[in-house]
Design a protein around this ligand. Structure first.
Ligand code: CU
Length: 170
């Protein structure tokens, strides 16, 4: 009899803890979501929600020449026949042109960086798109290149002219 009571107590204890724990978990989670939504709204109020479209072909980028200083959302579409990527690097004010930068070793590049490398982080197949974010709040411009190798010339696309940049308006 005592064993049974103990067992019942134990069961109700487990149940009680499980139920209580479950309820407790629901509320903070809901609060967190609300908090995240709030900060999201503040961000969009500060000039975010800026969306840019870039297109890649053999061997060039097409897209806007300037953008605001903000958390940009960029969609890169591959309208070419080969895979293409858009590797981005935010640059400090007064950085050399992307044509010059493309020749520099990565260590040298870091001197002019106003943010981390980003972009599609890999090739995008022909006909497909990829969306990513670039923070331009500290940048004077953003350089972008494609390092995918051309099967004919064996050269990376950047060496065939697939590079560009846009200015960040302050
Ligand atoms: Cu390419």
């Amino acid at each position: 009899m005592r064993k049974l009571l103990c067992l019942l107590a134990a069961v109700s204890l487990i149940f009680g803890v499980a139920c209580g724990g479950g309820e407790e978990e629901v509320e903070p989670a809901a609060n967190e979501e609300a908090a995240e939504e709030d900060t999201g709204d503040e961000h969009s109020g500060a000039g975010a929600g800026t969306e840019l479209e870039f297109v890649g072909t053999e061997f060039a980028f097409a897209g806007p020449a300037s953008a605001p200083a903000a958390e940009l959302t960029i969609t890169f579409t591959n309208n070419g026949e080969q895979p293409h990527e858009m590797a981005t690097l935010p640059l400090k004010e007064g950085a050399p042109k992307v044509e010059e930068l493309a020749k520099l070793p990565e260590k040298e590049l870091q001197k002019y960086a106003a943010g981390p490398f980003g972009g599609t982080e890999g090739p995008v197949k022909p006909g497909e798109s990829k969306t990513f974010e670039v923070d331009t709040t500290q940048a004077g411009s953003v350089a972008f290149v494609c390092f995918v190798r051309d099967p004919k010339t064996k050269k990376p696309h950047v060496e065939l002219g697939m590079l560009g940049s846009f200015v960040v308006e302050s």
